[in-house]
Design a protein around this ligand. Sequence first.
Ligand code: TNX
Length: 502
Amino acid sequence: MKYLPLLLLLLCACTKKESIPPTDLSQAALVPIPAEMIPDSGALMINQVFRLEYQPGIIDSQVIDLISQWLTDAGLQISSEGEARLSLEQGKIDVGVDINGLEISENEITLSAGDVSGLIHAAQTLRQLLLTKPDSVRYLPTGKISDSPRFAYRGFMLDVSRHFFPPETVMQIIDYLSLYKFNYLHLHLSDDQGWRLEIKAYPRLTEIGGSTEVGGGPGGFYTQEDYLALQEYALLRGITIVPEFDLPGHTNAALASYAELNCDGKARELYTGTDVGFSSLCVGKEYVYEFLDTMLAEVAQITKGPYIHIGGDEVHTLSQSEYNGFIEQVASLVSKHDKKIIGWDEIAQAELPDGAVAQYWNFAENAKAAVAQGNQLIFSPATHAYLDMKYDSTTELGLSWAGYTDLADAYNWDPLGMVEGVEADDILGIEAPLWSETIEDLDDIEYMLFPRIAAISEVAWSSRDFEAKTYAGGNLFTDFERRLLLHQKYWDEIELNYHKWK
Ligand code: TNX
């Protein structure tokens, strides 16, 4: 009896040394949570050399290099020879948008997907398994994951107008978005405080309109070369860029650059404050439509994705019919240049062309009007998805006009059921905007994004079992938090400036 404590101590020490392999894949720290996880009871030893196998000519070599780099950085040894196998298979399973699978057995890892974005997402799943496991654990649990997203559009918006962010910052954000399986990056490229994309036919837009920002800093802009490089960087990581030119309001930077855009023919002063709603292009002037036609033609030509976002929000200086007439004309110009339009929910007050998408941010009547016209919605409700809202009253950065948004608020909502009469088919997806009135650099961006961007990723990607699980504040969120806490290890490793919520 007297030796019992000693015996227990010894037993404990032994089992610890053995480092029990994890055996339950379904408990892995994956965000967004996959559609299906089937664990089995084995384990794969990580510390061995994996022989990379793929179908040459089918999978783009840049994609193979990127996936190998991600996994190597996350701790996998990959080579052309080796005992264990890492196989990449594209097009072998159901060909469907973004359907993907990850299978782990005792000596093989297989990533399979219908298309390239599915392959990238399968790789991100494996990468997350590696990045979130404790350093002492030398095994991955075996089993099978089958996954596909709930919504086709999973976006994040960065306001590069109120404050300008250089291409390196945008690339860093693209890396974060890709890890959490977002597939659209919306760049808010023009507003009262700055015009941020070079337009060759109108160089003063960036020379003058790009020369400052909120607070009077130097501003900046992307050359067309920068813009093309950003798109290429994003596309390789499964992300399409959506350029926004906010029209006809939020246009002071353009009005300061070209006097002809104003009804009185006089250029406006540059603006470095944060008011909204005071500016508008002169919608009755022929010059304005020539300008827009030329500008949109240039943008359409260098934009790889299907959408151009035309803004359309907060126009407080026009009559309803002036506003509607303007939106309809711009919509037809965008269609003429073979792109589809997205606009803030106000655009649904006008007649929308087929395929136009309204971005619901504040007004349910507008969302209903879009659906009544047969158009789809992107959900960005300011009360849950605006990442420029403060977490709580102590948050130094950000605004609070839509209230505070803590991690639970960013997680506990669903687009379905949010606006009466809006059905699943009416919803193209979700987008989280970050307006940058108070956001000045990458550290600020990271603070507002993390951890909430992970919550948004799960709302956008994962189907939620409302029947089986308590929704608001219930065990869905508790389980999300459990998984997310394991992501902090990686965030600490890369010195991410995240908001510590626990
Ligand atoms: C509303 S959302 C705006 C932006 C501001 C933002 C600040 C929208 C379409 N317009 O101009 O930056 O609030 O949260």
